[in-house]
Design a protein around this ligand. Structure first.
Ligand code: UD1
Length: 340
């Protein structure tokens, strides 16, 4: 019998790619998503890729009563992968309560349901944002966390703590937090990719929409950082590689291979690229110029970060495989597919 996995935020960017990989690994998937930053049409695209329409509930996980009905209707859920969250750093500064409600009330509700319905495993979307600007690079999982730069960042930090305290208190619960670096790219089918609603906040969708003529120009936030070319450095990880890590983490929990009840893994490539290098590489692989202009630094941004991936490579047995070139090409193929 297939294991039944509840995916919150399964219509979103990372969620949808993970749903595809879960299907490939023979899991049964139930998606809940409030469609606040995603389009229901993604479900059709998933169906085109996998041949199966995933079971879907339009629902806000921060509403406990609605969430509970899912667990009542779907007995025997084996694990949760919890993606559903808001993630715009700037917006979180202006509207912190939205972030605490969306990101933390939802998590609290899920853990309550886990206890009530004996769903003992969770994979949680965390972020490298918990490290702030580290003094030493690359960052390992032991690098100390720092005070968050934004309410968004704080929700990831507190979310990790809520899970850690819960698995300590309720011995049946096990969890893995995955600290994502900067997920980019699209599925090789060009049927799913990163399609935020409205103006993109993140770098790569802004690059591809500028290249496609949807945005007039990209602003590069800062060229006076202490880096090789003055622009900020990030660890850009392919979204399909990232999605596969969720399958590995899930199996680890289901097979009871986890060494402690709460494990944390960095998910990155181990390589840092600057914003300007990324733009240049995009132009090289696609042959399309990106109209950009240097602008002041963005509030809350850090200068540079990239992952030490040793623990994920050795303990999880997972490694990012796709190159930056093929990842950026996948973005462009997808962008062309949705623009035409
Ligand atoms: C941030 C969070 C990360 C979170 C992600 C989700 C921090 C430190 N990082 O990543 O945890 O998961 O958002 O959205 O809080 N840039 C431009 N022009 C643009 C857009 C971005 O130059 O139009 C630059 C940024 O200034 C930054 C880099 O590109 O230097 C990457 O930005 P972005 O894609 O927004 O991700 P992060 O801010 O790194």
């Amino acid at each position: 019998m297939k294991n039944k996995i509840l995916i919150t935020g399964g219509v979103g960017y990372i969620g949808s790619h993970t749903v595809v990989e879960l299907h490939n690994a023979n899991f049964e998937v139930i998606i809940v998503d409030d469609l606040s930053n995603s389009s229901v049409s993604v479900l059709k695209q998933i169906e085109k890729i996998t041949g199966v329409a995933p079971k879907f509930y339009e629902l806000d996980v921060s509403k406990y009563d609605q969430l509970e009905t899912i667990f009542k209707e779907n007995q025997g859920i084996d694990a949760i992968i919890h993606f559903a969250a808001a993630k715009a750093v700037g917006e979180s500064v202006d509207n912190p309560l939205k972030y605490y409600k969306n990101n933390l009330v939802s998590l609290l509700n899920l853990i309550e349901c886990q206890k009530k319905f004996n769903v003992n495993n969770m994979v949680f979307s965390s972020s490298c944002t918990v490290y702030g600007q580290p003094n030493v690079l690359p960052v390992t999982e032991q690098t100390p966390r720092q005070d968050a730069e934004s309410p968004y960042g704080n929700t990831k930090r507190v979310g990790e703590d809520m899970i850690s305290d819960s698995v300590s208190a309720y011995s049946q619960l096990n969890a893995i937090a995955l600290r994502y670096f900067n997920p980019i790219g699209a599925h090789e089918s060009a049927l799913i990719g990163e399609l935020p609603i409205g103006v993109p906040q993140n770098l790569v969708p802004f690059i591809s929409q500028t290249a496609a003529g949807i945005r007039e120009k990209l602003l590069v936030f800062g060229d006076d950082y202490d880096t090789k070319d003055g622009s900020a450095i990030r660890d850009f990880i392919n979204v399909v590689d990232l999605a596969k890590a969720h399958v590995v983490a899930l199996k680890r929990l289901l097979d009871k291979k986890n060494k402690t009840s709460f494990e944390i893994f960095n998910l990155g490539t181990g390589n840092g690229y600057s914003v300007l290098e990324l733009i240049k590489t995009f132009e090289e692989v696609t042959g399309v110029k990106v109209n950009y202009e240097i602008a002041p630094r963005r509030a809350g941004d850090i200068e540079k970060i990239w992952a030490d991936t040793t623990f994920a490579n050795e303990e999880l047995g997972w490694k990012a495989e796709k190159s930056l070139q093929e990842t950026l090409l996948s973005v462009w193929n997808w962008q062309k597919n949705i623009t035409n």
